[in-house]
Write a new protein. Sequence first.
Lengths: 290, 290, 379, 379
Amino acid sequence: MSILIDDSTRVIVQGITGRIGSVQTHWMLEYGTRVVGGVTPGKGGTTVEGVPVFDSVLEAVKETGANASVFFVPAAFVLDAFLETIDAGIKLIVVVPEHIPVRDVMKMRSYAVEKGVFALGPTTPGILSPGKGKMGIMPASLFAPGRVGIISRSGTLSYEFAGILSEVNVGQSTVVGMGADPVVLRNLADILELFERDTDTDAVIIVGEVGGEQEEKAAGFISRRMTKPVAAYIAGRQSPQGKRMGHAGAIVRGAAGTVDGKQKELRAAGVEILESPIHVADWARKNNLR
Amino acid sequence: MSILIDDSTRVIVQGITGRIGSVQTHWMLEYGTRVVGGVTPGKGGTTVEGVPVFDSVLEAVKETGANASVFFVPAAFVLDAFLETIDAGIKLIVVVPEHIPVRDVMKMRSYAVEKGVFALGPTTPGILSPGKGKMGIMPASLFAPGRVGIISRSGTLSYEFAGILSEVNVGQSTVVGMGADPVVLRNLADILELFERDTDTDAVIIVGEVGGEQEEKAAGFISRRMTKPVAAYIAGRQSPQGKRMGHAGAIVRGAAGTVDGKQKELRAAGVEILESPIHVADWARKNNLR
Amino acid sequence: MRLHEYETLDIFEQNRIPVPRRGIAGTTHEALQIAGEIGFPVMLKAQVLAGGRGLAGGVRVALTQDELEDVAEEMLSSDIKGLPVRKVLVCEKAAIEKELYLGITVDGYSGRPVIVVSTEGGMLIEETARNSPEKVASIHIDPSFGYYPYLARSLLRRLGLKEQLIASWSDIIGQLYNIARRYEALIAEINPLVVRPNGGLLAVDAVLEVDDSALSRIRFPLPDRIDRIENPLERRGREIGVTYVDLDGDIGLISSGAGLGMASMDIIGEKMKPANFLETGGGITADLLYKCMELIMMKPDLRAIFINVYGGINPIHEGAKGVVRYIHERNVRIPVVAKALGNRQEETWEIFRSAGVHVVTETATEKAIDKLYELVGRG
Amino acid sequence: MRLHEYETLDIFEQNRIPVPRRGIAGTTHEALQIAGEIGFPVMLKAQVLAGGRGLAGGVRVALTQDELEDVAEEMLSSDIKGLPVRKVLVCEKAAIEKELYLGITVDGYSGRPVIVVSTEGGMLIEETARNSPEKVASIHIDPSFGYYPYLARSLLRRLGLKEQLIASWSDIIGQLYNIARRYEALIAEINPLVVRPNGGLLAVDAVLEVDDSALSRIRFPLPDRIDRIENPLERRGREIGVTYVDLDGDIGLISSGAGLGMASMDIIGEKMKPANFLETGGGITADLLYKCMELIMMKPDLRAIFINVYGGINPIHEGAKGVVRYIHERNVRIPVVAKALGNRQEETWEIFRSAGVHVVTETATEKAIDKLYELVGRG
């Protein structure tokens, strides 16, 4: 097992004919992912890396039985394509592109929730289950099969943590990029819940960063519901305080958002705090993870 | 029994301090309606016709236990007040005002449906259950208690039909004004269904008019589900064809909208067609109604 | 309120819908000038607010200058469906590969905007819809969800079109939907939407009807709504705030409520002919009914007047005072029959009777019209 | 992008939010002129894009012409939180009965806009929120349902206000929400929103931060976004399309990904000091990394450079070519350490090594920074 991606996952690539879409389709196929189709309006009937391209998501779903989609669509068209994808019945969507207006993300999120669709991003490297497949841009060489789950707000830091673990022969069950935007399509706690329920995951690493309140809210979930060991690293201690732009956010969030605040709440929930990424190797050894 | 209004109905009047709102509150009270409060923002703490006025619907509901509301709010504020009323938990709303933009009505309708609220109007005379109470502007003298239900798209024609029946000693269970706008908050078939289920209604009269497709759609409901006798009058045979403004409506509706088309479909559903209002008296006699 | 075609085409152009080169002419001379700039052949289109204009000769082609002079001259001195042609739209006659249909309207029954498309546009679109429903497709828009381009694309896919046409047509659907939203349109329509030989699209005809109830909040410039009513009596009705429709009979009618007014017309029509339809709405005052009397009396040769009002929201006793004041001041001699029921009816009857109005106290309008017929019938 | 207060006040005024009489001055002379028109006393407010300006001396009162001269002179030659004060807003000093707070922001966790109000506005609003939560109320807006005035009224009722204040304040909430929607604001704030002795409201301070990702589709005029960046290096970063933050250390940093960049800074910071933060995003090319090298080398006295990139979406071998070209062309002599992993890593290492870059092939950034420290640590 693993979360989100397994043997039944049939992936379409939206924006498959673009520069990034086609290169990443190559890497996904090479990693063994079942990429069954691609979508680019107006390019139906062609193929990319041997994968058939369709004009609409509905057609792609009908012809290929796809149940998951990964987006390499220009930011300005993501909202429209996302809604189309949900209406076509896809239940797992990974939105890789960055620079999507927050208002669009709010609309996407509310529609996904309404329709029971699990979506990740925007600005996410995607999901990778070692040995099973990947939806997104994660570079395969850093990952190894195993029983540790990783959830990261940062793309490249998720590679770093997986790579450090792989070097000491600790594999991963699934690595999930949450996305780095102010509003993401799924919150941290929802993904933790999937790992908690996954019989092939023994422990979970949260790779967080300064700002927002994902980690603080997750701490509540962990203390109430998590039974598996959790470790967390929070990047950004040395970052200059972001120029403060108003009080509304601070009022809504209270003291949340600082590295100290996040570490404190996670620690109180029983999470082991990693002060530097490399410490994850010791933590894995201490917990007999592999 | 009766439909919509009964002994448990506790009415608030929105816009109670306005010229029409206060006069109509007087008439509603005089007819025995349990008007328990009124709402006009900024006029809380005063009284109209002995009825306490509140600043917000929520406050009125909390203080009076109201469960129904009748609107005498200026058209420009109806949408906002309507949404507020639904959020305050009111389950029956009568929107008397006319000239409400269609876009607002569409929004009101979709929210009412979502929240399970029964709403009538706009441009409706309201609802009257003889001897029990009324929400709206129907002039009481024309109505008498009995067992015939009336549903009318036109306000004044509903008075006409009730008056003709009352003159020949045929009373009414409930008289419902649907509203005369292109989009109304409840369709004809929904109201027919209430009368079909009401044990105190023996027969129903539909007072329709040229245009739209309420009567055509109701014919489908009647042939499938109605067991009680139904008669229908359709006004507007002599009306000049409305200046035709486009094809989209005609394409959507097909042949619907003409007096002949409506009569034909209703007749096919077993409805007795009244060619002139006064014929309703004969129909009542023939069906032994009282 | 329906806008003229030339007004609508301007709005379309501002919103990036491709429209023909064109100009608006009030005289033959102006029409010639415009055609000179555009180049022949040109289309001439009578600017009257009536449907079925094409079948009534309101759309003509001019291949040459001479032909244009004849057609413009004739059109500008004609009536179409009873409306005088004051302006003619002169526009480019584009080469046509295919005629499509695109309309956006409010579906009253579902309470949602609906987008309708067809691959067979043109004057016979309604027949196409009846006889070849597979050539027509429509989609309802959830008002709280809103419009998105993919909805248009999936709608057009149902017609089995090529991707290139789907792309350009769905752009125009988006622009038209945007116009419909901004202008609170009850109808926004392009028929035909022409496919040119080069594959480009062109909105050759344009309909926009704006929701009267929303006029005050539309933030975009709109023409004056009263000025455009051709009939002076109907214009006067709009001015005083009532709905007046001019008819060709001789029985004047004042009613409160459109349904009651229509029923009154139906009943009058059985043996007589109504001179007008007049519906007061819910704002009756003494002054308003005085003005209503004035308005219906503007028609010469009226034989009688029928007043049919209910006291629900309306203070009918106030209305009666206005009627009576008019009768006294203008010394009205034709019979006036009134049926006035509801709140304060007795008071109302007394006021009417004081001026010799025949008051009918029964409920059925038929009875009142029987009385009216008795008074004028054999006159 | 955050707008200056004077720009935001103009937008508020266009949208019918009451704002003080005011003018913007770049010199003491201009400040005097404006004050002359407004009348004393006036407020002087330094126009810098930094929070906590009030507590840092950026908001001052001038009662007389002399006082104004002194204050304006001083302010226009000062720095606030490291930012030079180039412009001063001179505005009417309104009489104050009470200070309220109104803010609209995006709540990242719930994914919804949130409206926050408090009866205790002013500089200490965050303390109020912590210590007297009953004086603060907030409401989330469902994006598909939208904003309606009754939502603001019911929000304000929770603060126990008088109806008159609820009416005028909820109007301003509606206007601010409209601004936030039109300008795709991440933050729109009025603090304080002043109640004047006559009961009228006045937006005395104004914050508007626009979503950078939405800039291209906002249909209303906005100031140039690059021009307003004070720091020339940060401005250059924006120009070439990367995020650059100027710091006061001496280790140059190029990273792909904000998280990786922050972690790199954290680790460098344990024994050394970073000179900058630079995050490339997902658009690495040879040219971009050439420009990044150029940018970080604009800081004098750099002791070493650390490049930390992953080949996921980025072609890191292309990036390496740009770095190497810069090193060769500019004859860079300080140590350059690179960690580059992922797709085409071996190819990338080879390119780096060809220019003498120290390549670290282990995954942990700590190991690479150990190497860096070894190379410069005792320098």
